[in-house]
Design a protein around this ligand. Structure first.
Ligand SMILES: [Zn+2]
Length: 439
């Protein structure tokens, strides 16, 4: 044993302890139906809700795929309910690439490290402690809340949010809006800490390319090689520069960014403006255009055997409304020899940056971080808000975190050495508490 920098539990905020506990439960979701499952996390969160006097229900969509939902009675039953949701699964982590054990829940240098620290066991914990603050002091949220911890978000929510929305829509009765992950955190623009509030999501289009050819000895003269054909198709899609198109959200965002950075949007192009934001560009650039990233290749089984098929997975995120046009162009790019299979597809979302909930989120952030502007933004990824939109529920990204300028926060999502500052968790707990009490 060397020196330890792990702080004692009694010096930690409960939010950090809960997030750490959750990180130590390996809820890896490998996709394509392969998953460690979410049972342990669901039982843990269910117990926390029960301890507050709530009556959570657990729903198992498939073996081990468990979501938890509880309803909290609000002070004004006439107000529509608000869904406050998180997911308990995480994407895989390759321990060799990390400087700490990704499932160790390590606390060092004032940060909590581990897979899910940012996406999104942090917010799961903030939801719990905000509720504890409210209910534990004998208060009530301003309106009914539907608290949901979903399984399977990282594979499109088929066994989580989509399952519950399709099979148990009554759980969300009376709800019109939702808040969840990837928004509400700060970025530093120039020297100005600013908050990005997520008011839309790109669409999700996960496709598989299948190339077929002749199976043969690796020494033969074969032109109909599935691997070669697949590689050509993958390169074309991976290299495709999709055109920039600004939506209402990105137009508003860039106008604010230009103002804060003191740049003239007439002279500085959207991409240049996004790059000028520094690390925040990691969130913004992908929202200006469709993206198509090859993510997985599979073919072959021996060095001297040409396989008859080769497959690639491509993660495409189109701007809302462009999915059919993009699919047509993909088919065009790869040519008739390659089969394009749509593995999973989900809608894009975009809502205006106004209304009482937006105002309440801005006011609460202003109260806790005076003078920091709050900007709308479109998320390049997707969340369970897509599933909830099927019930007419408008979702926002609001997992509030006040972050230091030097942390490359966009790189934390699905990244190596995912980590979150402990004081940001305390900030989030307080902001969330106030929002739920007042809205
Ligand atoms: Zn997430």
């Amino acid at each position: 044993m060397g020196m330890t920098t792990e702080p004692a539990d009694d010096s930690l905020d409960e939010t950090a302890i809960i997030a750490r506990d959750l990180i130590r439960m390996d809820t890896t979701n490998y996709g394509e139906g392969k998953s460690n499952g979410e049972v342990e996390a669901a039982e843990y969160l269910s117990a926390k809700l029960t301890a507050m006097g709530l009556e959570p229900e657990m729903f198992e969509s498939a073996k081990g795929r468990v979501s938890v939902v509880a309803r909290v009675e609000g002070a004004d039953p006439a107000k529509p309910a608000l869904v406050v949701h998180g997911h308990t699964d995480v994407v895989p982590a390759q321990p060799d690439n990390w400087s700490v054990d990704p499932f160790g829940g390590v606390i060092k240098d004032g940060l909590l490290w581990g897979r899910g620290a940012v996406d999104m066991k942090n917010m799961d914990a903030m939801i719990v402690t905000a509720l504890q603050d409210i209910l534990g002091s004998g208060r009530q949220p301003a309106r009914d809340l539907v608290i949901a911890f979903f399984a399977d978000e990282e594979a499109g929510g088929v066994y989580g949010a989509h399952y519950l929305v399709d099979r148990h829509p009554e759980l969300f009765a009376g709800a019109t809006e939702a808040i969840s992950e990837v928004g509400g955190y700060s970025v530093t623009l120039g020297n100005q800490r600013s908050y990005l509030l997520q008011t839309g999501e790109k669409t999700l289009l996960w496709i598989k390319l299948v190339a077929r050819g002749v199976a043969a000895h690796g020494s033969r003269y074969i032109q109909d090689n599935a691997v070669t054909k697949l590689a050509e198709a993958v390169a074309k899609i991976g290299r495709r520069e999709w055109p920039i198109r600004l939506t209402e959200t990105t137009t508003a965002l860039l106008a604010e960014v230009a103002r804060i950075l003191g740049k003239d949007p007439e002279k500085v192009g959207p991409d240049e403006l996004a790059i000028a934001t520094g690390t925040a560009a990691g969130f913004i650039r992908a929202t200006l255009r469709t993206t198509s990233n090859p993510t997985l290749l599979s073919a072959g089984y021996k060095h001297n055997v040409i396989p008859d098929t080769a497959e690639a997975l491509i993660d495409i995120r189109t701007l809302p409304g462009e999915e059919d046009a993009v699919l047509a162009e993909v088919a065009d790019l790869v040519g008739p020899d390659i089969e394009v299979v749509v593995v999973h597809r989900d809608v894009g979302l975009e809502t205006s940056f106004d209304g009482p909930l937006i105002e309440a989120m801005i006011a609460t952030l202003n109260e806790h971080d005076p003078g920091a502007p709050v900007l709308p933004y479109l998320l390049s990824g997707g969340t369970d808000n897509k599933a909830l939109s099927k019930l007419g529920i408008t979702g926002y990204g609001f997992a509030p975190l006040k972050l230091p300028a030097e942390l490359d926060f966009p790189a934390m999502f699905h990244g190596v050495d995912e980590r979150v500052p402990l004081d940001a968790l305390v900030f989030g707990r307080r902001v969330l508490t106030d929002l739920l009490l007042n809205y």
